[in-house]
Structures are given as C-alpha cells and as structure tokens.
Design a protein around this ligand. Structure first.
Ligand code: PFF
Length: 450
C-alpha cells in the first residue's frame, strides 16, 4: 500500500465514520429525499433508491476510498498518478462543475434553514393551519431579499471556516451534533407515527407500486443516491486519501451508506404521516419540508425549543456537507493551478456567491427565467445530481473495474491481506459491469433510446 507520512490522516475509526457521515448526511437526506420521494410516487422511489445504493453506491464508495488512499491525492492527482495518459482529468472537471453547482443551490436551502432557525428562536413560526405555513414559506421565498441575504451569510460562514482551515473544529462539532440529530429525528418519528395520517403516510413511503417505476423515477432515484452519498465528484476520494492503512474500506463504506440511508428514511417517516394528516400534496417539490416540519413542531409542547434545536442541527449538518464539497474545487485551484489556498477559497466562494444569488432569486423575481422548463435553481439541482454525479460515478467505476491494477484493489480492500473481505468479488463485479452499464442504461432510458 502507498504510504505518505506527510499527509494528515484520520486517527480513529470513529473519526473516519464521523467525517464521511458528516459529508453524506445533510440537506440531501432531510430536505431532498422527502421531496424527491414525494414527487416520484413514494414507495416506488424508495425501492429504486435502495437498489441504487446497494448496487452502485457502496461499490463506488469503495472505489473512491481505495483510489484516494492508494494515491493520497485529490481527484486530479489521483488519475494522473494512476494513469498519466488519457483523458481521465475530465472526471475531475465533472467533479468541479458538480461541486460548484451543488454549493450554489445547496447554500440557498441552507439559507432557508437559517431563516427558519431565526424564526423558531423568535417564536414566529406559530400558525395553526397548513395554508398559513404554506403562505409563510411562499412569502419568504418569493421575497428576494431575505433568501438572498441568508444565502450570502451561509456562504460567508462556509468561507470563514474553510479559509481558516478550522474544519477540524467543525468536524469535532459535527461528531457530537450528528448523534444528536439522529436522536431528535427518532423522537420526531415517534411523534409522526401517532398522527392520524400515519398509516397513509407509511403506506405511501413503503409500499412500492412497481408500475410507477419509469425513467424519470430511475434518474431521480439514481441522482438522489449519488447526491446523498456525496459520490461521483471526488469528495469521498479525497477523504479516502486521509484514511490510515488500517481503515477498513468496505466496512467504512457500508457503515456510511447505512447510516446515511437510515437518516433519509427517518426523514421520510417524519414527513409523510404529517403530509397526509395535514392534507397537503406530497408532490409539491423543494418547498415540501419547509412547510411541513414547522407545522409539526408547532404542535409539540415546547415547540420553540424543538424547532430551534432541529434547525440548528440541520444547519450544522449542511455546513459539514458544504465544507466537504468546497474542498473539491479548492484542492483543484490550489494544488493543480498553484493558487494560494486563500485565493482558491475566494474563487470558490466568489463563484458560489454569483450562482447562489441567482438560485436564491429563482423562487422570486427570477422565477420566470427558465431553461428547459427549469428555473436556474432546479436546473442546477437536476443537472448536478442527476447527470454529473452519476456520470462521474460511472467513470470512476469503469476506471476501478477495468483499468486499476487488480493487486492494488486487493491490497486496498484487504489492507494488504490483513482483513478478510467476503464481498470482494461482488464489489469488483459491480465496478466492472453493474455500475457502469446500469448507469448508462438509466441515462439512455432518459433520452428515450430504449
Ligand atoms: N451528501 C450531502 C447531503 O446529502 O446533503 C450533499 C453533498 C455533500 C453532495 C458533498 C456532494 C458533496 F460532495
């Protein structure tokens, strides 16, 4: 195995899991999963999503970890070290494009979280009907200035943390916050299960109607799997480069995926019973969670406490995700383009400020600015999650399955023979055939070629 003692390494197993889960768990689980599941038929979406997590997600996560640990570098350096010829640096460009697009629209939603944190603390989220919560969110989101202001504040917070290199502090904080988030989600789950719409909500989420699985459900579920696992853009590859030689790659990938998926399912179990209880449509899109959750909280005893705590934890979860995605382009600008880290961080933030502002206004004065029927916000969301990440993942899988020396794979997955990996053949089979061909087929089904 490759040893590079100059590079920082995660020291404990808990450190590895907390950091990878910190990147994976975020708005993708709590905001994006319920809205995607809601617009794509509930159970059919969940079923397809789970298939993608197991068939492609975990194997590609292993591939990113092993390529990262083998090369001890960012995605560009990794492909250069393993294959100096060819066009593999394009996979890095896909990752950078995706990371900047995601950072832009993600910061808008993180900004919504800050607005709702503020409103929770000031006790302003105190309505009694679903219509009022709907009106509240739409007045806020179409109002231009506040969404814009919060997006900028969030990006500046992200900037300050990344430029000071105090990620460690946030990581340590998220080590404590993530278990808290998990516990509070379980409490809200129990609350939702006692609602009158619980049975309908659970049926919606857990009963797959297979006739609803079409190309749009498949592309949505595939995009959600990649987005949620922070996969396909080099984030997990970079984290793999910090793994120690004793870190068990397959076990870390599986634990990360299982924890991440449980958070998404918990979010679904909180949201859908409430959706059916309040009599609102599950298919309303990105605004769903911000209308439902405050309504749930307002009915709890001590609502100010619960909603402030929840939005605070969600904000920290978002921050630990944006820190990890910022690292992709910052590593490119600083390590590949030889900029100072400071300049690189400015550039990353500058780009996100421009596009994030456009995304923030996509619900207000720029709502009429559409491309292929998408606002800029939804275009960025769609293109990055559903196209760029799976495309990046497809190339990474192909690379690991067909071009990476088999001895490297074996030594990475088994830690030079120290651990037994019973699923090695399955992982290699997935990287060689299932993942690249599967992703390609989903893409083809989208353009109606099959
Ligand atoms: N996985 C994060 C979430 O579910 O919120 C989003 C994300 C983080 C995507 C980091 C990509 C990334 F590099």
């Amino acid at each position: 195995m490759n040893e590079n003692n100059n590079r920082a390494q995660f020291t404990t197993r808990l450190g590895v899991i907390a950091t990878t889960v910190g990147s994976a768990v975020g708005l993708g689980n709590i905001w994006r999963f319920p809205y995607e599941a809601g617009t794509h038929g509930g159970g059919a979406f969940l079923f397809t999503y789970l298939c993608f997590i197991f068939l492609f997600g975990i194997p590609i996560l292993c591939a990113e970890f092993m390529i990262g640990r083998q090369t001890r570098s960012n995605i560009f350096g990794a492909f250069r070290k393993l294959r100096s010829s060819g066009q593999w640096h394009w996979v890095g460009y896909i990752g950078i494009g995706a990371s900047l697009m995601i950072l832009s629209f993600y910061s808008v939603v993180a900004g919504w979280t800050l607005e709702y944190l503020y409103q929770s603390i000031t006790g302003a989220l105190n309505f009694s009907s679903a219509e009022e919560f709907h009106k509240q969110f739409s007045t806020f989101s179409t109002g231009n200035w506040r969404p814009l202001m919060w997006t900028i504040i969030f990006l500046l917070l992200n900037f300050v943390i990344v430029i000071r290199g105090v990620q460690k502090g946030i990581e340590r904080m998220s080590n404590i916050m993530m278990p808290c988030l998990f516990i509070i989600l379980i409490i809200f789950c129990i609350n939702s299960l006692m609602m009158p719409g619980a049975v309908d909500g659970l049926k919606f989420l857990f009963t797959p109607d297979f006739s609803k699985i079409n190309s749009s459900v498949m592309i949505g579920a595939m995009g959600q799997a990649f987005f949620s696992l922070s996969l396909g853009l080099g984030t997990m590859l970079t984290y793999g480069s910090y793994f120690s030689n004793r870190t068990r790659i397959v076990r870390s990938a599986t634990t990360t995926a299982l924890l991440d998926t449980s958070v998404a399912i918990l979010a679904g179990v909180i949201i859908f019973p409430a959706v059916f209880t309040f009599g609102v449509s599950p298919a309303q899109g990105p605004t769903l969670v911000f209308e439902i959750l405050p309504n749930i909280f307002s009915q709890l005893p001590g609502s100010i406490f619960w909603s402030s705590l929840f939005f605070f934890l969600l904000f920290i979860a978002s921050l630990s995700s944006t820190i990890s995605m910022s690292e992709v382009s910052i590593a490119f600008f600083s390590e590949e383009k030889k900029m100072s880290r400071k300049k690189a961080t400015w550039l990353n933030t500058g780009i996100a400020l421009v596009f994030g502002s456009i995304c923030a206004l996509s619900f207000g004065s720029l709502s009429g600015m559409t491309i292929f029927g998408h606002t800029i916000f939804s275009l960025f969301d769609y293109v990055s999650s559903n196209i760029l990440l799976p495309a990046g993942g497809m190339f990474i899988a192909f690379f690991a399955g067909w071009l990476l020396d088999r001895n490297i794979i074996k030594s990475q997955l088994t830690n030079d023979g120290d651990v037994k990996v019973h699923v090695m053949k399955i992982i290699i089979f997935s990287l060689k055939y299932i993942a690249p061909i599967g992703i390609l087929l989903v893409f083809l089904s989208l353009i109606n070629l099959i």
